[in-house]
Design a protein around this ligand. Structure first.
Ligand SMILES: [Zn+2]
Length: 488
C-alpha cells in the first residue's frame, strides 16, 4: 500500500475541542468575579468562529486534515445512488456473481420502503452511504439546516434497519452548484466525508437512457488510478442494471480492482462553483449550525475518531505510568542520598584507635572530605584558639602550632614555637564562623597521610598514618613518640 498523507480528521476534531474548551473556560471564568477574563476568553472563542465564518462567506474551502490511502492497484469504486429499489436485488446479484464490492448511496425514504434490500447490501459486504431523505433539491439546497435534517433523518432510518450510521455522504445532484463552502465545512465538522464522482455513467441524463449510450459514455471516460463511477439503482434504471456486467468486465480487463468506499479513500469532490440557489447565512445561523454539527460529532464519533481517542488515551495512560515510575525512582534516589549523607565518617588511625565523625560535621565534596578545623584538631586531641584581631586560628597539636591565616588563606607551621613552613591553602573557607578545611591536605600538613579511603553507599572510612611526634630532648637530639600516646 502506498501511503498518501493528506491530512487528518484529528486536527478538525482537535479544533472542536479547542473551541469547546474555550467556551467552557469562558463559562467557568464567568462564574468568578473576574469579568475581564470572561469577556477575554469569550471574545477569543467568538473571534475564532467569526474568522471561520468570514472565510467561508468569501467562498474559501476550509478542508479538514485527513489521512487517505491510495491503493496500489488501479481501483474502481462502483457507486449506486437513489436506491434501494426493486432493482437493487438485481444489482446485488450481478455484484455477487462478479465478486465485486460497491457502495450504495441510499435515500432515507427508499430505505424505509425497501428495508430488506438495505439489509442485503450490508450482508453482502457493500458500503452504505447517505444520499439524504427525499432528494428534493429545492428543500435540500435552500438552507443547510434542511440538508442537515435530511441527513440526520436518513441516518436514523439506516441505523434502525441495519445498525449503521454511514459516514459517507453523496449530495443529490452532486455538490457542483449545490454546495458552497458552508455546506462542505459544516458536513465535515459533523464528521462526514462527501463524495462526488469522477466518472458519470450518464445513466440519469434523462429517463430511460439506452444501454448502449451508457456503455459508450463509460468507455469514453478517462482512466484514472481511482475511478468513482456514478450509477443509479433507483426505480426506472433498468438500463444501468443491464449494462453493469459489461462495465465490470471492461474495467477488469484493464486491470482494475473493485472496492467499496471507506473513510480511507480520498473523496472525489467538485470544486466550489457559484450555487444556483439563493441562500444567505448570517453569523448567528452559522454559529447555531456549527453547534449542532459539532455536538453531533461528539455524540457520534467516527471509527477513525474512536481509534484516535483510544490511542490518545493509551498514550496518556503510558505517560502517567512513566511519570509515576519516575517519581518513585526519584523518591528512592532521594531517600538513598539522604541515607548516605547521614553516614558517619569512620577515621582509623594506623596503630591506634578509631573515631567517628557524625554526618553533620563533615561534607563530602566529590570524594573530598571537608570538615571544621576545630572539630578535627580537637578530635585528634589538639586545641584551637581564634584570634579575632588577625582573623586567624592557631591550632595546637602536639609539638605543632599551625597558624591559619584566613585573610591570606595561608598556614604557617611552627614546631616547638619555631616557624618551619608556610603553606597556601586555597580550599580553606569560613562557614558559620568555622574554618572549614580539607581533611587530606590538613593531615598532609601535619606530616601524616591518608593511606586508604572508602567512600561507598554503605561506608565512609578513612585510614590515617600520622607522623610521630618529636620531642626535643635536652641534648638536642630528636626522640620520636606517637600520637597514640595521646589516647587515640
Ligand atoms: Zn441521486
Amino acid at each position: 500500500m502506498r501511503l498518501q498523507l493528506q491530512s487528518s480528521k484529528i486536527n478538525k476534531v482537535r479544533f472542536h475541542f479547542i473551541m469547546v474548551a474555550c467556551l467552557l473556560v469562558s463559562l467557568c471564568v464567568g462564574m468568578l468575579p473576574a469579568r475581564a477574563a470572561e469577556s477575554g476568553e469569550a471574545q477569543a472563542a467568538g473571534q475564532a468562529v467569526q474568522d471561520v465564518y468570514q472565510q467561508l462567506q468569501a467562498g474559501k474551502r476550509l478542508r479538514p486534515e485527513s489521512t487517505y490511502v491510495t491503493p496500489e492497484q488501479p481501483t474502481v469504486y462502483l457507486t449506486f445512488d437513489d436506491g434501494p429499489s426493486k432493482l437493487t436485488n438485481q444489482v446485488l446479484d450481478i455484484l455477487d456473481k462478479e465478486d465485486v464490492k460497491a457502495t450504495f448511496f441510499v435515500l432515507g425514504e427508499q430505505a424505509k420502503s425497501h428495508p430488506n434490500e438495505l439489509k442485503r447490501i450490508v450482508k453482502d459486504g457493500h458500503a452504505i452511504g447517505n444520499h439524504t431523505y427525499n432528494h428534493v433539491y429545492k428543500e435540500l439546497y435552500s438552507d443547510f439546516q434542511t440538508f442537515w435534517m435530511q441527513i440526520s433523518r436518513t441516518e436514523d432510518m439506516i441505523d434502525d434497519i441495519v445498525g449503521i450510521r454511514p459516514q459517507l455522504v453523496r449530495a443529490p445532484g452532486g455538490t457542483a452548484t449545490n454546495f458552497d463552502a458552508n455546506y462542505y465545512y459544516l458536513m465535515e465538522q459533523a464528521g462526514y466525508i462527501v463524495h462526488d464522482w469522477n466518472v458519470d455513467s450518464g445513466d440519469s441524463k434523462r429517463a430511460n437512457v439506452p444501454v448502449n449510450e451508457i456503455w459508450q459514455t463509460v468507455k469514453a471516460s478517462p482512466l484514472e488510478h481511482e475511478i468513482n463511477i456514478l450509477f443509479h439503482d433507483g426505480t426506472g434504471h433498468d438500463s444501468s442494471v443491464e449494462v453493469l456486467p459489461k462495465v465490470i468486465s471492461y474495467y477488469k480487463q484493464l486491470g482494475y480492482a473493485f472496492a467499496p468506499l471507506t473513510d480511507k479513500v480520498k473523496p472525489k469532490q467538485f470544486s466550489i462553483t457559484k450555487p444556483k440557489w439563493s441562500r444567505t447565512m448570517s453569523l448567528k445561523h452559522f454559529q447555531d449550525l456549527l453547534g449542532q454539527t459539532q455536538a453531533y460529532a461528539t455524540a457520534h464519533p467516527s471509527a477513525a475518531e474512536i481509534a484516535r481517542r483510544e490511542a490518545e488515551q493509551l498514550l496518556a495512560q503510558k505517560a502517567k505510568a512513566e511519570a509515576e515510575e519516575k517519581a518513585i525512582a526519584k523518591q528512592k534516589a532521594e531517600a538513598e542520598a539522604a541515607r548516605q549523607a547521614a553516614l558517619p565518617l569512620q577515621v582509623h588511625v594506623q596503630g591506634g584507635g578509631t573515631f567517628s565523625i557524625e554526618s553533620s560535621h563533615y561534607q563530602l565534596q566529590a570524594n573530598r572530605i571537608e570538615l571544621p578545623l576545630r572539630y578535627l584538631i580537637e578530635k585528634m586531641g589538639g586545641s584551637v584558639e581564634w584570634q579575632p584581631d588577625t582573623r586567624s586560628a592557631v591550632a595546637h597539636y602536639g609539638i605543632y602550632d599551625m597558624d591559619y591565616d584566613l585573610t591570606n588563606r595561608s598556614i604557617h607551621l611552627f614546631t616547638l614555637g619555631r616557624p618551619v613552613a608556610s603553606y597556601y591553602l586555597a580550599d580553606m573557607t569560613m562557614q558559620n564562623s568555622q574554618i572549614i578545611v580539607p581533611l587530606r591536605k590538613t593531615i598532609d600538613l601535619l606530616g601524616g597521610r591518608v593511606t586508604d579511603a572508602v567512600m561507598d553507599a554503605n561506608s565512609r572510612e578513612v585510614s590515617l598514618a600520622l607522623r610521630p611526634f618529636f620531642y626535643w630532648k635536652e641534648n638536642n637530639s630528636l626522640v620520636p613518640t606517637t600520637l597514640f600516646a595521646m589516647g587515640y
